[in-house]
Design a protein around this ligand. Structure first.
Ligand code: ADP
Length: 485
């Protein structure tokens, strides 16, 4: 795998920094240093925002079709470079080479979707007595975007594609644990976009991130990450009265009815829902509600499915569960596992796994707890391969418990009865409801959370509304008499 030995921020079309301070990009499974990255601070953020501000008028005036053309080039470049970028991510963040190509398919889809969607995202115009009324959509200006580490390619696409399509310029801060593939993409973005349109400031949350959210020339903030930091970003937006969109945590209910036809398929799907992305996904179906009638049989099969999940090197194509992103995350997950052992019934897993040659990696066995909905492991986002299973009997009680968390991002329902699916979907407090499937984010389908899971919707045409503001223009054929005449 080839990467540079050092990556600089992308500011005004150039790779440049005002500091010599760096941080390492380390291979998650081995701890080996892959590259160093400039630790951007206020100076880099200020320069990036100034560049984005200067680039904004020309970019906003660039025809949407031309902006779309460049986004389509980004999609093509990602498609051509997927294999290389997958390896970079697998090493950088410990996700498996089996799973990562899907991240890139999703990311590529986003650039293409917004390239197309912007061409039909008009305001409106109407004939009114004596003239015309026109509603125009205009970009905000400089958008500050901050993303997490779990799915870098997807996060960058969710943020850049709609913001740029709509005519905003961007300063993007990747996560300090997962910057490499974004920095690689930055090299291509620098080639094709006019200077200043896209700027990337790698660095830490409290430094580069805080400087970006506080900057007076940033006209809109977009963030994906924890609900805790989401609140900090929302406060920063409130202080300057700029709009903020947030995609935050989750503790999603996945509900199994007793009438499922193919139990094996449902078992596989619910196991996947809890463990894809090494369990480090805000979407993960981490609370599995299994109906009393099928509980023993379902649990036996689920336990077997969890025990069959192959844990190993992220680079091995047979691996289905790689390692957690960092020691900090590993310790956090293991602390939750210990909490679980005290407050719930451990069914399988519950320990760290050693993978020879990868001793530095935090591999955690796929873990199932039987619990009630009020335990800490059932209420709090763990971000690891840890599933809480809750037995249910009464529909209303189950719905109450499914909704009885602070989050409301995703949910799943497995049933062969349409009425069950419809009445459950109606009552779940979640932005996403999947029926007889999980984690299916189709380009164009709204994605975002209820309650503490966020504000705003991504992936869809309405996202362009988030990145534009409406201006009402009234045109008169001739100057009318004033109202009071
Ligand atoms: P996670 O729990 O997924 O690590 P975080 O919410 O901690 O998510 O971090 C997500 C992103 O927010 C990262 O890019 C991180 O650097 C950034 N971040 C963390 N703290 C702040 C802050 N105080 N201000 C701005 N950005 C922050």
């Amino acid at each position: 795998m080839t990467t540079d030995s050092h990556y600089l921020p992308l500011i005004n079309g150039e790779f440049t920094a005002f500091t010599d301070e760096t941080f390492p990009a380390a291979e998650a499974a081995t701890g080996k240093q892959l590259a160093t990255i400039t630790r951007s601070g206020k100076a880099e953020v200020n320069a990036a925002v100034a560049a984005a501000k200067a680039a904004f008028p020309a970019w906003a005036a660039t025809p949407a079709a031309e902006r779309a053309r460049l986004l389509l080039k980004v999609a093509d470049w990602l498609e051509e470079n997927t294999a290389r970028l997958v390896e970079i991510d697998a090493r950088d963040i410990g996700r498996t080479v089996f799973e990562l190509p899907q991240d890139y398919r999703q990311a590529i889809g986003q650039y293409r979707f917004f390239a197309a969607a912007i061409l039909t995202h008009d305001g409106w115009n109407n004939v009114v007595p004596g003239g015309w009324a026109i509603a125009k959509r205009e970009p905000y200006g400089v958008v500050g975007q901050i993303i997490p580490w779990n799915v870098p390619a997807i996060m960058v696409s969710f943020k850049l594609a709609p913001a740029l399509a709509a005519g905003n310029t961007v300063v993007l801060k990747p996560d300090e644990n997962a910057s490499l593939s974004t920095m690689e993409l930055g090299r291509y973005l620098a080639e094709i976009f006019p200077p200043g349109v896209v700027n990337i400031v790698p660095g830490f949350g409290e430094e580069a991130g805080a400087a970006l959210t506080a900057h007076p020339d940033v006209a809109k903030l977009a963030f994906t990450g924890s609900s805790e930091v989401g609140r900090i970003i929302a406060h920063a937006g409130a202080a300057r009265l700029v709009p903020v969109s947030l995609e935050l945590g989750g503790k999603s209910p996945n509900i199994v009815f007793p009438d499922i036809e193919d139990m094996d398929a449902v078992v596989d799907n619910t196991a996947f829902a809890a463990t894809f992305c090494n369990g480090q996904s805000c979407l993960a179906g981490t609370r599995l509600f299994v109906h009393d009638e099928i509980y023993p049989e379902f649990m036996a099969k689920l336990t077997d499915a969890f025990q069959r999940i192959q844990v190993g090197s992220p680079l091995d194509p047979a691996t289905r569960l790689g390692c957690l992103i960092s020691e900090k995350q590993g310790e956090r997950v293991m602390q939750y596992v210990e909490t679980g052992k005290n407050e719930a019934n451990l069914v399988t897993g519950g320990q760290r796994v050693e993978v020879p040659g990868h001793e530095a990696g935090w591999f955690v066995a796929p873990t199932i707890f039987e619990t009630t909905n009020n335990t800490r492991i059932a209420q709090e986002e763990i971000f690891g391969p840890v599933l809480s299973v809750i037995r249910w009997k009464d529909f209303d009680t189950m719905i109450h418990e499914a909704n009885d968390v602070v989050y409301g991002l995703a949910s799943g329902i497995y049933t062969s009865n349409l009425r069950n699916a419809m009445r459950t979907a109606d009552r779940l407090e979640a932005g996403q409801v999947w029926v007889n499937q999980y984690v299916n984010l189709v380009d164009g389908s709204p994605f975002g959370g209820y309650k503490d899971s966020g504000l705003g919707r991504e992936v869809c045409k309405e996202t362009l509304d988030m990145y534009t503001q409406l201006k009402s223009v009234m045109l008169a054929e001739q100057v009318p008499p004033p109202f009071y005449v």
